[in-house]
Design a protein around this ligand. Structure first.
Ligand code: FPP
Length: 256
């Protein structure tokens, strides 16, 4: 896999994203195209989850966030919700060993308390078991909604103001970031959405302010490591200006 110094799969390892976030979309359409039940799409999608976690680990991308279940997904038919919950639990059970061996720390972003008790218990157990792993953090966004996350942060800050712990004028962007579910993590540099939809669907709205966004028509179950590498190759060619005029501002602050 390694070719030259600092190169993996032809990528410049120094310029890889620190945090990749993925909206995994298209499981249902993948199944429909094959006259299969949607469950089959989610099952195949779970395999892709394993592939992409392994790819990030191999590439030493330290943070990966996967949108696995949104607050809006509760409105799906009960049978589909239970399939997804079952697959999640299965993933937590089957991947525990791999996460321990590869130094992956599991984290849940979202309303964990809303999940079925057995899934909650397995998630809490896996988070506790893996919390000292330092090679990579895998965030599963579960019962996650970005507006809910921001609302929770506002509540927490308002409480601090009410108790006199915090003055309203001292609230700043960093403080808000520190009260999100992703507190302490870098913002995503790259957001990928599969299945060709041009929406963020209530995913990491605050954190993605400067993220590079890639939309691929590929349905999530068909997404491969090769396509991921291809997206990373394109990512490395993008000029990230963060609202400035040049990618890397020199120390005198003047554009050259
Ligand atoms: C979107 O496809 C996908 C989801 C709502 C769930 C994602 C879940 C998985 C990939 C499998 C389980 C997750 C883990 C972490 C093991 P869709 O059903 O909305 O597809 P459609 O838009 O084509 O109908």
């Amino acid at each position: 896999m390694k070719s030259e110094e600092g190169q993996v799969h032809g990528l410049d390892s120094a310029r890889l994203p620190k945090h990749v976030a993925v909206i995994m979309d298209g499981n249902g359409r993948w199944a429909k195209k094959r006259w299969l039940n949607r469950v089959k799409g989610h099952e195949k999608g779970s395999q892709t989850v394993r592939t992409i976690v392994q790819s990030c680990r191999k590439l030493q991308i330290p943070f990966l966030t996967l949108y696995a279940f949104s607050t809006e997904n509760w409105a799906r038919p009960r049978s589909e919700v239970s399939t997804l919950m079952h697959l999640l639990k299965q993933f937590l059970v089957s991947e525990r060993k791999e996460m321990m061996e590869k130094g992956i720390c599991l984290n849940v972003l979202g309303q964990l308390e809303k999940l079925p008790e057995d899934v909650q218990a397995k998630a809490r157990e896996t988070m506790a078991d893996t919390c000292n792993n330092t090679q990579m953090t895998l965030n599963l966004a579960l019962s996650y909604g970005s507006r809910q996350e921001i609302t929770d942060a506002v509540h927490a800050l308002a409480k601090k103001v009410a108790t006199g712990e915090l003055a309203p004028q001292d609230i700043n962007e960093q403080m808000i970031s520190n009260h999100l579910y992703t507190a302490g993590m870098p913002d995503p540099d790259l957001v990928i959405r599969t299945s060709g939809e041009f929406r963020l669907s209530n995913f990491l709205l605050w954190q993605s302010a400067y993220a590079e966004i890639f939309i691929t028509p590929t349905l999530w179950p068909d997404f491969t490591q090769a396509e991921f590498i291809d997206i990373l190759t394109h990512y490395q060619k993008r000029d990230r200006r963060f609202g400035n005029v040049e990618c890397n501002m020199p120390s005198d602050g003047l554009p050259h």
